[in-house]
Design a protein. Structure first.
Length: 110
């Protein structure tokens, strides 16, 4: 096992990072100490605390815009990206039958 920081040392900063590790997204982000330009992570309504923790962690690393898509659908939920607090509130409000999707984050400086 390794960390995102270690992978960055070896390979450089990725332009986009997809994190899909079945409920361990927060653990993956815990191994990151710098903002990435753009990334996505999976969310599930049965582990919404994990997704909200990921949004909070990213907000500590940098100033991000967020959006999301349900399931395997690539259609963004919001017409324009939203702030971290709006994403966290939206995630918290989702009914359990939504099941899952992806949150997308992009540094505002990109």
């Amino acid at each position: 096992m390794t960390t995102l920081d270690r992978l960055i040392v070896i390979h450089g900063v990725p332009k986009f990072t997809k994190i899909d590790v079945e409920g361990f997204e927060a653990e993956v982000l815990s191994g990151l100490t710098q903002a990435l330009p753009a990334l996505s992570f999976e969310f599930t309504t049965i582990q919404m605390d994990v997704a909200i923790g990921c949004v909070q962690k990213l907000s500590e690393l940098g100033e991000y815009d967020f959006n999301a898509a349900f399931g395997e659908n690539q259609c963004m939920v919001f017409a324009k990206p939203v702030e971290s607090h709006e994403m966290a509130s939206w995630l918290q409000s989702l009914p359990s039958d939504v099941n899952s999707g992806d949150v997308y984050a992009r540094l505002k400086t990109c």
